[in-house]
Design a protein around this ligand. Structure first.
Ligand SMILES: O=C(O)C(=O)C[C@H](O)[C@H](O)COP(=O)(O)O
Length: 209
């Protein structure tokens, strides 16, 4: 089943950004997040286990919509597609990456910060973007400012989002969802504290303004 970028951005208010250090943590972690209501899961391609984690979660966790993050070039794009990723997220964007991603038919949230980057993507027909690194790049005031001249763009701010500021980000008219790692930090994953991860996921699910 193919998902749309709208489904990726609106199924849950928060997209958990997952770093899988050990493959055997992938499925229990995904189950814990889905149990808390977070169905759209981004697995970052930062670790050797990431691609197999995507395959296993897709096969074993019903209800999960599994995407790949940290897509930085054609190699990572091809690997993510080969693993069956249902959506793609990139920290920034290059022409070759965007062309290949758009041709693949798998939805992508390309990363941007500045109005010029936003305008280049608009020229390619893209209106859904990741705003990264959100807090470091100007956060809420920056998103409000971009929304003035460029209100047709919908963002998923990621980077420095936490339970304290997530609600304010989500209340912006040009923000559909936020991304973040706070539901599944390495400390909880390594401790196998799935109950606490489910609790944090449920709290994140309830954030919708
Ligand atoms: O790996 C990628 O592709 C990224 O773009 C980085 C992640 O989105 C951020 O690392 C999440 O940020 P935190 O919630 O502050 O941990």
């Amino acid at each position: 089943m193919t998902v749309s970028i709208q489904e990726v951005m609106t199924t849950s208010p928060v997209i958990p950004v997952m770093v899988i250090n050990q493959l055997d943590q992938a499925v229990p972690l995904a189950r814990a997040l889905v149990a808390g209501g977070l169905k759209v899961l981004e697995i970052t391609l930062r670790t050797p286990a990431a691609l197999e984690a995507i395959r296993q979660i897709k096969a074993e966790v019903p209800g999960a919509i599994v995407g790949a993050g940290t897509i930085i070039n054609l190699q990572t794009l091809d690997a993510a597609l080969e693993a069956g990723s249902e959506f793609l997220v990139s920290p920034g964007v290059t022409d070759s990456l965007l062309t290949a991603a758009l041709n693949s038919g798998v939805p992508i949230l390309p990363g941007v910060v500045t109005p010029s980057e936003v305008m280049r993507l608009l020229d390619r027909g893209v209106t859904a973007m990741k705003f990264f690194p959100a807090d470091a790049a100007g956060g809420i005031p920056m998103l409000k400012s971009i929304g003035g001249p460029l209100p047709q763009v919908t963002f998923c701010p990621t980077g420095g989002i936490n339970p304290k500021n997530a609600h304010e980000y989500l209340s912006l008219s040009n923000v559909a969802c936020v991304g973040g790692s706070w539901m599944a930090p390495a400390s909880l994953v390594d401790a196998g504290d799935w109950a606490e991860i489910t609790r944090r996921a449920a709290e994140a699910t309830a954030l919708k303004p």
